[in-house]
Ligand binder design. Structure first.
Ligand code: MN
Ligand code: MN
Length: 471
């Protein structure tokens, strides 16, 4: 009797298995031991996420890990050779870190962004109304504003005093510290509100956070609650109202990264876009020993507002770093040549198929949670507008890395044509002429205060980034 399996398959079935692509869950491609690795790795990821909610905190944690792993500050070295590791800190908001490869004239670069949607204080935030102390905010990045009310928020950032002293503020992450909140309208009296269109159910100017209620009992003071708030800030941090004009204070969700599902297979947390790619690529960079080509991790700010600005990918900070790198490693090499012959990954998340809102996706061309890290040839919207559309040659190179290392991957588009779209830093990397493609895990509830990923996709991203650095 023939053994069950291969021998019993018809000729057509054998050919079918060879030529027809049938996606399957990545979970079943990992054995028991490997599954343990997935859970151990993502435990580390959750810890990093919890401590890296803002771009400044994230960069701080990246630098701590780089230093711990032998990376030197670029300002402390005058020369670098094969195997050396160093990093450049750009205004505490972006970092480039590198391991010099045997071929120092080509970069294998992975870029991910450290900023996430949030609420920023306005330059004049503090006011009093109806016996309450409040602060005005201006949202940062693309948010559904109604998701940000009734959710506890914590506050992080910096302010500068008149004397130029930097004050670091961080309130609310510890359980016993106070939080902040935007109270929504009760349903009983929301008849008019509920008739508003969704983008206006909560409007930008309504994102005012509660910060105090106890007045200073002094008839000479007009706004006694506002004064009490400022008096508290002055006593604790030494800041005055004018210092808010020289500040970057950001409100982010209090929630901590948590496991989701009976099988704890998923993670819900704030800021996974794009700290999931930051962590998975950073861990890959820390693990590689002696890469063939130079490995570069680019952790960059401002993606959520279009990558503009002095710490964003649309600026020349990467090119500046290339000049710095060549000065240390290979002064005779042309910077243009280095950049245009390099390979890059724009490591960013994409949208996963949400079973409750299937109609926004083409089911044949969308990523599914649990089916591996996603490769996206292009993003943009409305006829591939405003994106980098990767070349087939480079995609072939990327596929070879996946298939030789047997790392789970899938590919798709962000959503149905003409329904919307999104950008990444891919077009700002590719402007140098380097090869580039987007690769990252897919996410549910992207840009909400609590985004969802599948652990197997997170781990697959990490494995791919490591293989790419070593390619
Ligand atoms: Mn992103
Ligand atoms: Mn985003």
């Amino acid at each position: 009797m023939a053994e069950k399996g291969k021998d019993t398959k018809s000729k057509n079935k054998l050919l079918h298995d060879k030529i027809v692509l049938e996606p399957k869950s990545s979970w079943i491609t990992f054995n028991e031991k490997q599954r343990k690795d997935i859970f151990t790795f993502t435990d580390g990821y959750k810890k990093f996420l919890a401590e890296s909610k803002t771009e400044r905190l994230c960069i701080q944690n990246i630098i701590t890990l780089l230093k711990k792993n032998g990376f030197k500050d670029i300002n402390t070295i005058t020369k670098a050779k094969v195997g050396d590791k160093f990093y450049k800190n750009v205004k505490n908001k972006s970092v480039m870190a590198t391991v010099v490869g045997k071929n120092s004239r080509r970069w294998q670069l992975i870029g991910s962004h450290v900023d996430s949607p949030r609420l920023d204080f306005k330059p004049h935030p503090v006011y009093e109304d109806c016996g309450l102390g409040l602060m005005k905010t201006h949202y940062y990045g693309g948010v559904k504003k109604y998701q940000w009310v009734n959710t506890p928020l914590t506050l992080h950032g910096v302010a500068f005093t008149k004397e130029g002293r930097k004050v670091v503020i961080s309130i609310g992450e510890n359980e016993n510290e106070p939080k902040f909140i935007i109270p929504d309208l009760l349903p009983h009296l929301a008849k008019n509100q509920m008739e508003r269109k969704a983008p206006k159910i909560v409007e930008g100017e309504e994102l005012n956070i509660l910060v105090g209620n106890i007045p200073i009992d002094d008839k000479e003071i007009k706004e006694q609650v506002k004064f009490a708030v400022l008096k508290h800030l002055n006593a604790v941090y030494g800041i005055i109202e004018e210092d808010f004009t020289c500040a970057e204070l950001e409100l982010v969700p209090y929630n901590k990264p948590m496991d989701i599902g009976f099988d704890a297979s998923m993670i819900a947390a704030y800021g996974q876009d794009d700290k999931v790619c930051v962590y998975t690529s950073l861990m890959a960079l820390l693990k590689i020993k002696s890469p063939k080509n130079t490995a570069v991790g680019f952790f960059v700010d401002k993606e959520e507002i279009g990558s503009m600005g002095d710490t964003g990918a649309a600026s020349f900070i990467l090119k500046n770093f290339a000049y710095d790198y060549l000065r240390l490693v290979d002064p005779k090499m042309s910077c243009t040549k280095l950049l245009e012959t390099s390979n890059a990954i724009s490591a960013d998340v994409t949208s996963g198929m949400n079973p409750t809102y299937k109609d926004v996706h083409d089911p044949k061309n969308v990523s599914y949670l649990g089916y591996g890290v996603s490769v996206e040839k292009y993003g943009g919207g409305g006829g591939k507008y405003s994106t980098h559309d990767s070349g087939a040659e480079y995609l072939s190179y990327i596929r070879t890395i996946f298939n030789t290392t047997k790392i789970a991957w899938q590919t798709g588009e962000n959503g149905k044509i003409d329904l919307g779209g999104g950008g990444t830093i891919a077009m700002f990397l590719s402007q140098y002429g380097m090869n580039c493609v987007d690769v990252g895990p897919c996410v549910l509830a992207m840009h909400s205060p609590c985004e969802v990923t599948s652990k197997v996709d997170v781990y697959s991203a990490h494995l791919f980034y490591k293989a790419f650095f070593e390619a």
